[in-house]
Design a protein around this ligand. Structure first.
Ligand SMILES: Nc1ncnc2c1ncn2[C@@H]1O[C@H](COP(=O)(O)OP(=O)(O)OP(=O)(O)O)[C@@H](O)[C@H]1O
Ligand SMILES: [Mg+2]
Length: 205
């Protein structure tokens, strides 16, 4: 089973949006997928409760005790403020970490610090965990988006996607849906931005 941690200790960076959409994509490809929701706010859990049964199934893993369940992929959504022992515990479950970063000075600063922490983790140093970053809520007309793009390009890490600020994400979430459950005409522009990230997800370990 593949397991991916979506993490950034900065609140509101886009972790749950990314987690749910990644799970939705993999489910739409026929994979057996579960979400492990480590956040006490339980946003991903509530989102899943709204998901209709006629959509590609995504399971909810109640705790990592079930980590040997027969799944293709486990997507772990994590809370704001993840650090220390909780971060180390989450890292033990995965081989990949995706860090979504929102465009603001505060988000960039907090993410820089987090990436530095990740960089010093044993599993990362040993090359056993791969890290990718995603620019979230990008509005190319803004200085903030440009600054984030420059920051991401300067990292020695794969930039998996730049995802536009778009109501398609917000609206889909109300119904337990993802971009991958929408009629293509409603999500075309957004889906184009996912190509590299989806490729990275499908690559074998
Ligand atoms: N690409 C996007 N376009 C528009 N809105 C977005 C996009 N990505 C995220 N959002 C919105 O930004 C807000 C924060 O996103 P999200 O809840 O995914 O972040 P989070 O990191 O999980 O937050 P928390 O730290 O509280 O768990 C939400 O209202 C979400 O709908
Ligand atoms: Mg969240």
């Amino acid at each position: 089973m593949k397991a991916i941690l979506i993490a950034n200790p900065k609140g509101g960076s886009g972790k749950t949006t990314l987690s749910t959409n990644i799970a939705g994509y993999l489910a739409s490809r026929g994979q057996r997928v579960a979400i492990l929701d480590l956040d006490r706010q339980k946003s991903a859990t509530q989102w899943l409760a709204n998901r209709l049964r006629n959509l590609p199934a995504i399971e909810l893993m109640q705790s990592d005790v079930e980590k040997d369940a027969p799944l293709d992929t486990l997507v772990i959504d994590s809370p704001a403020g993840l650090h220390g022992k909780n971060l180390e515990h989450a890292l033990k479950l995965v081989h990949r970490v995706i860090v979504p970063i929102a465009p603001s000075a505060f988000d960039i600063q907090a993410s820089r610090d987090f990436l530095e922490v990740l960089h010093h983790e044993k599993m990362v140093r040993k090359g056993k965990i791969f890290i990718g970053v995603v620019g979230m809520r990008m509005d190319p007309r803004t200085r903030a988006a440009l600054t984030l793009e420059q920051f991401l390009k300067g990292l020695d890490l794969p930039v998996l996607a730049y995802l536009r600020e778009a109501q398609a994400y917000v609206n889909a979430a109300f119904e337990g849906k993802t971009l991958f459950d929408l009629p293509p005409s409603l999500a075309q522009r957004e889906l184009e931005q996912w190509a590299y990230l989806l490729n990275w997800l499908e690559k074998s370990e």
